[in-house]
Design a binder for this molecule. Structure first.
Ligand SMILES: [Zn+2]
Length: 137
């Protein structure tokens, strides 16, 4: 008789879903899937790697400012802002330096976009209207 059991990963995923809402509930809809595919097709390289002179394939679309389930932050408020709202991103950047920048920004009450510029993950002129700061982390 076969032993049927859920993998630990699926159990972990279900627990995470209960905590933060499922992917669909957090805004990752069919519309998002379509957008993300098109965005990666026209922006195939990781933006954060590119800024640091590395060439890596983008594997996902990163919300530069984390939305944390906030629908108002999920999509740009004005059309045409996609290029400064999202970044094509490799998993290594997403789970490493980008994650750390988000945590640091949240902990210190700073704009994550300025943190990313200071950490040279985005070019200084990436956000045309965002004043950059010169202080060190
Ligand atoms: Zn990268």
């Amino acid at each position: 008789m076969p032993i049927v059991r859920h993998s630990n990963k699926r159990k972990r995923d279900r627990k995470a879903d209960q905590r933060r809402g499922s992917a669909r509930e957090r805004g990752y809809t069919t519309e998002w899937d379509k957008f993300a595919r098109a965005f990666l097709a026209s922006n195939p390289l990781c933006q954060y790697c590119a800024t640091q002179g590395r060439v890596s394939a983008a594997e996902l679309v990163d919300h530069i400012v984390p939305h944390r389930g906030d629908a108002a932050l999920f999509w740009p408020d004005t059309p045409g802002q996609e290029m400064t709202w999202f970044a094509p991103c490799c998993k290594t950047c997403h789970d490493g330096p980008k994650q750390r920048a988000e945590v640091y920004a949240a902990k210190t009450g700073q704009d994550v976009r300025q943190v990313l510029i200071r950490r040279k993950m985005l070019p200084r002129d990436f956000f045309a209207n965002l004043k950059t700061v010169s202080s060190q982390d």
